[in-house]
Ligand binder design. Sequence first.
Ligand SMILES: [Zn+2]
Ligand SMILES: [Zn+2]
Length: 308
Amino acid sequence: MAFRMRFWGVRGSIPCPGPDTVRYGGNTACIELRFQPLNRLIIVDAGSGIRALGDQIMKQDLPKGPIKTQIFLTHTHWDHIMGFPFFTPIYIPGTELTIFGPVTYEEDTLDKIVGDQLRYRYFPVRQSELAAKIDYAQLQECEKDLGDGIIMRTKYLNHPILCLGYRFEYQGKVLCTAFDTEPFRNVFDQNKDSPDFDEEAFKEGEIVAKQENEKVLQYFKDADVVIHDTQYTHKEYTAGKIGWGHSTFEYAINAAHKANVKKLFFFHHDPLRRDDELDELIAFYKNKIKGKSALEIEVAREGLTLDI
Ligand SMILES: [Zn+2]
Ligand SMILES: [Zn+2]
């Protein structure tokens, strides 16, 4: 085993606790990566799931010494940062935290977007009162050596704001995240009867969309694990959700299969998606790819741990 992954939040958009989400979980995006012999902890996204992770860190890690961790934000939509004020280690002196992430507008810095949640109008504690040492680092598409042999690569995804996929590589094992995202598509008018139709622009749009989708496959290439946005079924997506920035089960399976991925996790479940529906969907898609692909598929569930 090279590292261990655990899901703490698997939902998109908004936390949705209740009888219909008990089994897969109702918290928004948060994933823990533990590089055990190194004692390194990496967190992807600070959705509401990070609260319980923080509690566990307080119990397990704090007695061994000051907490040191890095949080990689895929983007700054609220469902991916809302848990930050409830992440207890930020109130503990000695905690060292670096928060990485992309920003869409230069004037909105990462510390402002994340830290402004800690203002009296929203919350009883201000960012300046936090005991932890917190650094912010803005990221673009890049490759970064995180030290101790951990390599991270980022990939721009297709979402209404700047959003990064993270590829972590350690001891030959690879985990990629791809949320929130939808397939790149031609942004130019496709209707030949439209007065705005521009054949050259349309052709160029087709090429660019194809290239960008190809780059995503390269980014996934041969990964052991891909955690992918599957907020919608193809039917739901084409019935009015195109352009909302989320993917389908069908697209995620297709991309993972083409990129020779070993295991795909369905992630960023729609808040309306009931546990029973997720059971039905995974059974349906498993049956669909049976005998046609070596790809393993599974539904991301809070508490699910995987050694990679
Ligand atoms: Zn989201
Ligand atoms: Zn989003």
